[in-house]
Design a protein around this ligand. Structure first.
Ligand code: ADP
Ligand code: ZN
Length: 602
């Protein structure tokens, strides 16, 4: 059996070898044992259920939360010659009937279903009319009520699966901390499952987290510098900020669209289609966008506001670089984000226990933002992984921050906070420290304080950096009831009264934009192949064929495969078959035009 799987991997999908732990997951299912696969986005989860579905007797039933994702996967499978269909509310009636007929006649390898199908009257009877080879639950963290993507329909899946006790179950996810993992296993009623993990690390992502100054300008500089003409996703928290950001980008010549819950479903669908089908579009969105978006060539994910949790951040940034080519995970954040998110948690209707949990999740993320060391070493332990060596591929590794003793300026700040009654936010405190006698300062008589002007030697940006770090490390806290006024914590008292010291980041004398970015430029260059004419010609032709078939270009073949073609310049059908990611069906369908373009431009 496993040999047949290897053959399918090569002939159908065009790959030579399994990636860890694909083969183990597949072997588990073939032997009838349930399995749990925890692999990062782009790790190759789909093949874990697609290949056994092809090889085993019967049809693999795959539950997926997003229509767009199902349609893409069905289209890509059909390209590769696999018999696949989907049942969800967006499928037109005649096609729905055809898919049902094919299933009954046992002519389907893979059947995608939306989770709400599980509850439909008679659905299990329908499934009994064909043969279920396996159940695969994609994005299985949606079953977790504590998780960040809870979908209540997922809770109905066990009732359906219970009616097919002999059928093995596979739960897949790209993001789950250990408690969420345990919840998935128990809620989906996996029976003594094989547990297969692959590190959550995405070596092709470059992580950068910076302080938020002028978010739009920072974003524009980043896009122009590193990603002109590339597809990317920009996340903002509110509809208004999404629209403002999109307008700003368009005004500056960047083709940008927006996506949030306030748009009509037609507009949303249109924007999504354009993002997926055209190349080089920037989508500005709330987190409503992206789950299950399978677009492999997203070259960056930018957060202009702080996400709600470390898991959310990992999942959202995971949407960049699914094709394995270099991509950027970029974020700017400031204390105002933190204040806003904390306020939302407090105002929400959740139980106190849940609120504590959400504050805790936010703390983990802030700790990551302010950690002085390698980003990967900082977040991998949250997923139960060993931190490993510094990665050499994140902002902290490439430009280690300068942390020095900052006890003296920190005490100045704490003392200014204490003397002004712990009633003010960072902006006013910085004015006092730097000796700005503006109207507010004078009206409050703060220009007579002994701390007035004692910190004039440091820039505003430097003070903001220190305040952010003192909050992130628990010396200060923002008072939610008092507009984010800074208060001194017990730890802060120790610092103020000389019982401890502190080391903080000193900004370099020059502006960050002129700072050298060693590893990064090189990295960007590698991702954007300069294949010249042949690359351009292949892209153009791929797009034309894709349009004809009504599918996104990457469904024909991925950029990674395209770069391989440019590099190898295959001269025969046999050589084209050797290109990773092609496979027999694809070669049959496309060898004519690919080989002739190689001949013309090669
Ligand atoms: P996930 O669902 O885990 O995000 P996918 O299943 O979409 O990831 O796979 C990501 C990419 O890796 C796809 O382009 C896929 O074709 C490719 N891939 C998967 N398995 C292999 C393999 N064994 N060898 C080479 N490429 C693979
Ligand atoms: Zn690193």
């Amino acid at each position: 059996m496993i040999d047949r799987c290897r053959r399918a991997l090569r002939d159908v999908f065009g790959y030579d070898s399994f990636r860890h732990p694909q083969e183990d997951v597949i072997a588990s299912l073939l032997s009838g044992r349930d399995a749990f696969a925890h692999m990062p986005t782009g790790g190759g989860k789909s093949l874990c259920f697609q290949i056994p579905s092809i090889v085993m007797d019967g049809t693999g039933v795959v539950v997926s939360p997003l229509i767009a994702l199902m349609d893409d996967q069905v289209a890509a499978l059909r390209q590769a010659g696999v018999r696949a269909g989907a049942l969800h509310s967006g499928v037109k009636f005649p096609e729905l009937l055809q898919t049902e007929r094919d299933y009954r006649a046992r002519k389907l390898d893979v059947l995608y279903i939306a989770p709400e199908r599980a509850l439909k009257e008679g659905f299990s009877d329908f499934l009994r009319q064909g043969k279920v080879a396996l159940f695969a639950i994609d994005e299985s963290h949606c079953v977790s009520q504590w998780g960040h993507d809870f979908r209540k329909e997922y809770l109905d899946l066990p009732a359906l699966m219970r009616q097919f006790p002999e059928v093995p179950r596979l739960a897949l996810t790209a993001t789950a901390d250990p408690p969420t993992q345990r919840e998935i296993l128990s809620r989906l009623e996996l029976r003594d499952p094989g547990i297969f993990q692959r590190t959550m690390d995405r070596p092709n992502l470059f992580y950068r987290i910076s302080p938020k100054e002028d978010a739009h300008e920072q974003l524009l500089r980043f896009i122009r510098d590193k990603h002109p003409d590339h597809a990317g996703i920009v996340y903002r928290t509110s509809r208004k900020s999404v629209e403002a950001c999109q307008t700003f980008l368009v005004k500056n010549g960047i083709p940008a669209l927006c996506y949030h819950a306030g748009l009509s479903s037609d507009t949303k669908r249109e924007n999504l289609e354009r993002f997926v089908r055209d190349e080089g579009i920037v989508m500005v969105a709330t987190i409503a966008f992206g789950m299950g978006i399978d677009k492999p060539d997203v070259r960056f994910v930018a957060h202009l506001d702080l996400p709600k949790s470390l898991e959310g951040w990992v999942q959202e940034t995971g949407r960049a670089g699914r094709d394995g080519l270099l991509a950027d995970a970029w974020m700017v954040w400031g204390l105002e984000d933190l204040f806003l998110l904390r306020g939302w948690i407090e105002e929400g209707e959740a139980t106190p226990e849940r609120k504590r949990l959400e504050h805790g999740k936010l703390n983990q993320l802030v700790a990551l933002c302010e950690s002085p060391g390698c980003r990967r070493q900082a977040f991998l332990p949250f997923f139960g992984e060993a931190p490993g060596e510094p990665c050499g591929h994140c902002d902290r590794c490439v430009e280690p921050p300068v942390r020095e003793d900052a006890t003296r300026p920190s005490r100045m700040l704490l003392s200014a906070i204490r003397r002004t009654g712990e009633r003010f936010g960072g902006v006013h405190l910085i004015h006092v420290l730097r000796g700005k006698d503006n109207a507010k300062v004078i009206q409050l008589d703060h220009h007579r304080l002994p701390t007035f002007g004692v910190g004039a030697e440091y820039t505003e940006a430097q003070w903001r950096t220190w305040i952010r770090q003192l909050v992130a490390t628990g010396f200060l806290r923002q008072d939610l009831e008092a507009w984010g006024a800074l208060k001194i914590t017990d730890k802060g008292e120790d610092l103020l009264f000389g019982r401890c010291g502190v080391r903080l980041e000193y900004l370099p004398p020059e502006e960050p934009k002129t700072r050298k970015r060693k590893g990064e430029k090189k990295a960007a260059a590698k991702a954007v192949s300069t294949g010249g004419d042949l690359e351009a010609a292949l892209r153009k032709e791929r797009k034309a064929h894709a349009q004809e078939q009504g599918v996104p270009p990457y469904v024909l073949f991925h950029d990674k495969t395209l770069f391989e073609i440019v590099e190898r310049k295959p001269k025969s059908v046999q050589e084209l078959l050797d290109v990773p990611g092609m496979g027999q069906k694809r070669v049959e369908a496309m060898s004519d035009w690919i080989l002739s373009l190689v001949k013309q431009h090669g």
